[in-house]
Design a protein around this ligand. Structure first.
Ligand code: C5P
Length: 242
């Protein structure tokens, strides 16, 4: 057999993992990312890293060929969010998110703003933050059971032209049933071993459980960034969808 092709394993059709780059600066981020490549995973930049590094790091990662989730959870008047989504589209961002509680007009404006781009970013709604409990919701005037609010906002996001939502893997099965096969479900709170270290996450699932529940993409931070062998972790998860 040709030795050049015998080692070649084609990447899975859909890479399930989005690695959360929860680092404080570019240097630490880039030294970690050097161990990865775009055939293994997507990457996510959140508020801390983006505030520290601006668009330069984001563009650097995109130029390296990585699909980038800009997790800035926009929430503002429709025009402002639409313009921010346009900038993200022009940067070549793959996925960007906004709070579904910003309402229909905000989400529709965002969807309309990116519709004309050849490489349109996936627009993802954030439903109820997993840090919010029923008492927190009641205090800000929402006397609704969490699951009901999550489903209601996810349906509104879909109806307003968004591509998917961020949700707990524990909410994935009912959302998948209600919203269909195409709707993108992005789930954090993933741990390789449910009996092991949960860090500060409360309701966790393993990658296999979350994918079986209907997750499209798994957001994984510390289980990858603090692993002795991050590539081995990513390969093991990729095997689940191969
Ligand atoms: O290290 P860990 O896997 O817990 O990181 C999870 C990532 O997903 C972090 O970037 C965190 O901010 C994000 N996230 C989350 N829960 C949510 C929304 C986002 O853990 N509900």
């Amino acid at each position: 057999m040709n030795p050049l092709i015998s080692d070649f394993t084609p990447p899975p059709a859909r890479l399930p993992v989005i690695v959360a780059l929860d680092f404080a600066n570019s240097q630490d981020t880039l030294s970690f990312v050097r161990r990865l490549d775009p055939t293994l995973c997507q990457l996510k930049i959140g508020k801390e890293l983006f505030t520290a590094t601006g668009r330069r790091l984001a563009e650097d990662l995109i130029n390296q060929g990585f699909k980038l989730f800009l997790d800035l959870k926009y929430h503002d008047i429709p025009h402002t969010v639409a313009q921010a989504c346009k900038v993200a589209a022009e940067m070549g961002v793959w996925m960007v998110d906004m709070h579904a509680s910003g309402g229909r007009r905000m989400m529709e404006a965002a969807a309309e703003a990116v519709a004309g781009y050849a490489q349109k970013p996936l627009l993802i709604g954030v439903t109820v933050l997993t840090s919010m409990e029923e008492a927190d919701l009641a205090e800000i005037g929402w006397q609704v059971p969490v699951e009901e609010l999550v489903l209601r906002w996810a349906k509104l996001a879909q109806d307003s032209g968004l591509d998917g939502v961020v949700c707990s893997a524990h909410e994935a099965a009912p959302l998948r049933a209600a919203l269909g096969e195409e709707f993108v479900l992005v789930t954090p709170g993933i741990r390789l071993d449910v009996a092991g270290n949960q860090d500060d996450q409360r309701r966790i699932m393993t990658p296999a459980q979350a994918l079986a529940a209907g997750s499209s993409y798994l957001v994984m931070g510390r289980p990858v960034t603090q692993a002795d062998d991050p590539v081995a972790v990513l390969r093991a998860v990729n095997q689940l969808v191969a």
